[in-house]
Design a protein around this ligand. Structure first.
Ligand code: ADP
Length: 468
């Protein structure tokens, strides 16, 4: 039997009503028999299954395409480069070929779905599809095309590690958009600086954040993404979550201990090993802080087909075991590792129970965990230690900013965090929660759609939208 599951996450819940309202088409890749079984001959699936109101159009990828396009160029070249991890950057020409071909295939699928519509709105998501807009523009010249880039964008010195032809093709591909949306002003500025260095015919207006090239204009702006705040808050308020949160507190906050948490995919951008080194250093230096803190690390394996990710998973387990062996006492285990995907209700309870949440990303487009933590802190007792290199740091006021490269400073920062009085934590958390309610994923969506519409004010409403 094939089960149709709605993918979790804020993006889908925000876009779903938009897709329904516009009877849109969502173009996404599919692979494997289960995906094929529910699609018709044209790769169409009516969604949601209980009340079909828009269409999911599959672009079929075989195993070698997933490997070259997704694991290869997207996750072994673009991902590390955009996060400025030159040491993990592996641009391979055969992966690039696959990336180009798959992007081309997406562009043709979009053009097919546009059908007779001469002016569809097309919204492209993320770094997997950097080349799509330029091709769609050739195929559907009247389209309004925009793209959200979920991850950071590097400055020219880093971007130029990309072999010349690929780098220029990526920038030109992205310039096919009418509007290009980044998480932060920094990412938008970096993109403009790369265009300035590598695209000789481009003219940039920094005040207007616009690029003129190839006879057309691209507007480049920041739109920080967010979460469905009410959804997370209500998950944390459920009686089952309240119960689990108090069970966790009974178990881990005995004898005045504090409960710290972190939640991430296992990824080298998240600074998990740096966080562990800082904890180790703090406990080595400050004996009096042993037994004062229990750290729950929720760390889901991800992209495990790639060696560097698999190795990191093993290193995280090794380091947790080493630190626990070094400091454990009869009634105290310093770190509890949950190396799996935790469902959203449990996650909400973990966020709610915590006295401290640490986000130590070395680079991060936004980091939604920081926002989820704030939304779920319905008892307003927790402190957020947030990396200054996560996009969220440019938005959230009330967090304690940290530099995860500075292990020494992080260890001392953790020590100071443990001493922050409850009244101050409450005041800060109340402020962050208030602000977050004014900047939800629905606000994000509205501001993007407004900006896109302003680029074509004469546009009639209710036209078909296509999301890639
Ligand atoms: P990224 O997109 O790089 O993974 P974000 O912090 O922006 O980083 O988003 C991560 C998302 O994945 C969040 O919604 C978070 O709740 C979820 N997530 C991360 N780790 C886990 C886990 N161990 N179990 C369940 N969900 C997780």
């Amino acid at each position: 039997m094939t089960e149709i599951r709605r993918p979790p996450g804020g993006l889908v819940s925000a876009l779903d009503p938009l897709m329904r309202r516009t009877n849109g088409v969502w173009v996404a890749w599919g692979s494997g028999n289960a995906d094929r079984d529910v699609a018709d001959r044209n790769g169409h699936v009516a969604v949601p299954p209980e009340d079909p109101s828009y269409v999911l159009r599959r672009v079929w990828l075989d195993e070698s395409e997933v490997e070259g396009y997704y694991q290869g160029f997207a996750n072994s070249a673009l991902w590390p480069l955009c996060h400025m991890f030159a040491q993990h950057f592996e641009p391979r020409s055969d992966d690039w070929e696959k990336y180009r071909l798959v992007n081309e295939r997406f562009a043709h699928a979009v053009a097919e779905e546009a059908g007779d519509s001469s002016d569809p709105v097309i919204w492209i998501q993320d770094y997997h599809l950097a080349l799509v807009s330029a091709t769609v523009r050739e195929l559907v010249p009247g389209a309004l095309i925009h793209q959200f880039w979920h991850i950071p964008f590097p400055p020219p010195d880093i971007f130029q590690l990309m072999p010349g032809g690929m780098g220029v093709a990526l920038l030109r591909g992205m310039l096919g958009n009418d509007l290009l949306e980044f998480q932060t002003d920094r990412a938008a500025r970096n993109f403009l600086a790369c265009v300035d260095e590598l695209i000789p015919d481009a003219r940039i207006d920094l005040d207007k954040q616009q690029v003129q090239s190839g006879g057309r204009m691209t507007t480049v702006r920041a739109f920080p993404i967010s979460i469905d705040v009410k959804h997370y808050e209500s998950l944390a308020e459920e009686s089952s979550a309240a119960k689990l949160a108090s069970t966790l507190r009974e178990r881990y906050t005995k004898k005045g201990r504090q409960l710290a948490i972190s939640v991430d995919r296992v990824d080298y951008t998240k600074g998990i090993l740096e966080r562990l080194r800082a904890l180790d250093l703090m406990w080595a230096r400050h004996r009096e802080l042993r037994e004062c803190l229990v750290f729950i690390i929720v760390a889901t394996p991800s992209r495990s087909a790639l060696t560097v990710y698999k190795q990191l998973e093993e290193q995280v387990v090794e380091q947790v075991e080493r630190i626990n062996a070094k400091y454990r006492t009869k009634g105290w285990t310093p770190i509890v590792l949950i190396p799996e995907n935790v469902n959203a209700d449990r996650l909400a309870a973990i966020y709610r129970a915590a006295d401290l949440c640490i986000v130590s990303s070395l680079q991060d487009g936004m980091n939604l965990v920081a926002k989820e933590f704030v939304a779920c802190q319905v008892d307003e007792r927790g402190l957020l230690l947030l990396s200054r290199f996560a996009g969220a740091a440019e938005e959230i006021e009330g967090a304690t900013l940290i530099n995860p490269f500075n292990i020494d400073g992080l260890a001392e920062g953790l020590k100071s965090a443990l001493a922050v009085p409850l009244a101050e934590r409450r005041a800060r958390m109340a402020r962050m929660r208030y602000d977050l309610h004014g900047a939800t994923i629905f606000d994000w969506l509205r501001s993007i759609l407004t900006a896109a519409n302003e680029l074509r004010p004469q546009r009639p409403t209710g036209v078909r939208s296509i999301k890639v």
